[in-house]
Ligand binder design. Structure first.
Ligand code: PLP
Length: 471
């Protein structure tokens, strides 16, 4: 399998990359995102054969077409068994029934209590495997509103040939999220609490990726969902859940609490690969750019409102570009022009023909704070399930969506309720306990440097501590 940029224009483009190269690169040099040259297909018989298989085995079968000959099947199986062996539930991502039509897919049994672990545990192992071959040192730089940072640090702590620098907005993440990052004292982990918002931290990171003084010396890579390998690992659980509910003989719908459009895009890829998905419900909070885009074509960025579901407090959804590329007939020049105009004006209107294509699989719902709290208390009363605010937005959207009652709807449960226990307590009156695997998080020592929101200060911090690409 080869990979191209969503902004590739044909002539004069860089050579297509293989899976190993896209995993280490993160973002394409032309500012686009990497996508495979085509969507591989699985036959109905191959999907039927998944029934009853363990998670790691389904992972091998779904991911191997994307990986090509960069890893042997046995190497891939070994990495999947290591990554998913760290999950606290034997089923890795158990499926729980709420009532006749509604199900929850629990994606939060990894080490840091959010679905980001599903992809990042594997990504950490992929980095280590590829770096060992290439004799190269990697510098991961990222900004986090909490969940990506903790999952990436857990996955990369102590690994050879990689340093991780993670910026978070000082004072704006939950105490559990902060401690999951700052109590990891491995020498290759560098936590930075930066003055400013998440958007300021993100802008700082983007500037570093485009700064030749940094990129000429250091091999910089990304761990957020612009990295293709992360999306690839998330395709697996759509197959896993649908297979348990009768795929390929029965259709299934999914409701996905969405921020950067990464998780739900993985569902779109599953459908392109042949999984019979009836509908993908894009659930947003009041930061509703994706709901506006999919319901009336208005992709214009407003300002971010802080909510009880902070991992969805996003105005610009990076992975939406991957869908636009497909909707434009995979025309990189058109996608590049569209994205450049958006970057200047923060506004994009999507034409009716493109919207109609998207509507054949996507629908969307905007869920406000009141409906979110209601979904939390109803899940507890009706099914004895304590759910987190992000999951509650997904479930509320699933209940409002217009889906045939005979089709099961799976809501992705993206975080453990204890990760957002203050918000859960406000909605339901009870405070979820931290699971035992979190251990003595609140007694451990923290290590974190505070920096002003100043590019030169952050750059000097990173370049004086990182190891250059060639050692
Ligand atoms: C990251 C995150 C989301 C949003 O996922 P995207 O891939 O950005 O759409 C939803 N819920 C939780 C708990 C998250 O951490």
């Amino acid at each position: 399998m080869e990979y191209i940029s969503t902004r590739a224009s044909g002539s004069g483009d860089a050579e297509p990359l293989n899976f190993e190269q896209v995993t280490l690169a993160g973002l394409a040099g032309d500012g686009g995102l990497y996508v495979p040259t085509h969507w591989p297909k699985l036959t109905s018989a191959e999907i039927a054969d998944m029934a009853g298989l363990p998670y790691s085995e389904i992972a091998v079968r779904v991911m191997r077409p994307f990986i090509g000959d960069v890893l042997t099947e046995d190497e891939l199986r070994d990495l999947c068994e290591q990554a998913y062996g760290r999950f606290a539930h034997k089923a890795v991502t158990p499926l729980v029934q709420l009532d006749g039509q509604h199900w929850l897919l629990e994606l939060f049994h990894g080490p840091t209590l959010a679905f980001k672990d599903v992809a990042l545990q594997l990504l950490g192992l992929l980095f280590e495997t590829f770096l060992a071959r290439q004799d190269k040192h990697l510098t991961v730089v990222g900004a986090t509103s909490g969940d990506t940072g903790s999952a990436a640090i857990d996955a990369l702590a102590g690994r050879e040939k990689v340093d991780i620098f993670m910026l978070h907005p000082d004072g704006r993440i939950s105490d559990v999220q902060r401690r999951q990052m700052t109590t990891v004292l491995a020498p290759n982990v560098h936590n930075i609490a930066m003055d400013g918002s998440f958007d300021d931290a993100q802008a700082m990171v983007k500037r570093m990726f485009a700064d030749p003084e940094v990129t000429d010396r250091f091999a910089i890579s990304a761990v957020n969902s612009i990295n293709w390998a992360r999306l690839m690992a998330q395709i697996v659980y759509y197959f896993y859940a649908a297979s348990q509910l009768g795929a390929p003989h029965r259709k299934v719908a999914f409701s996905v609490p969405t921020g950067n459009f990464g998780d739900v895009f993985a569902g779109y890829v599953a459908a392109q690969m042949g999984l019979p998905i009836e509908r993908l419900i894009v659930a947003t909070n009041v930061n509703d750019i994706l709901h506006r885009a999919l319901s009336n074509g208005d992709y214009s960025a407003g300002t971010v409102t802080a909510t009880a579901a902070p991992s969805m407090d996003i105005q610009i959804s990076s992975n939406f570009e991957r869908l636009l590329f497909d909707l434009e007939g995979r025309d990189g020049a058109k996608t590049a022009a569209r994205m450049k105009a958006f970057e200047e004006t923060r506004d994009m209107q999507i034409a009716p023909e493109m919207l109609a294509k998207a509507a054949s699989i996507f629908s969307s719902e905007r869920v406000d704070a009141e409906s979110m709290a209601l979904a939390m208390s109803q899940a507890q009363e009706a099914a004895g399930q304590v759910i987190d605010p992000h999951t509650a937005i997904g479930l509320s959207a699933a209940r409002s969506a217009d889906v045939d009652p005979s089709v099961p709807i799976v809501t992705l449960a993206t975080a453990h309720p204890a990760k957002f226990r203050d918000a859960v307590e406000r909605a339901t009156g009870s405070r979820p306990a931290l699971p035992r695997r979190i251990g003595d998080l609140f007694d451990r020592e923290e290590a974190c440097d505070k920096l002003p929101g100043d590019y030169d200060a952050v750059k000097a911090f990173v370049t004086s501590r990182a190891t250059p690409a060639n050692g």
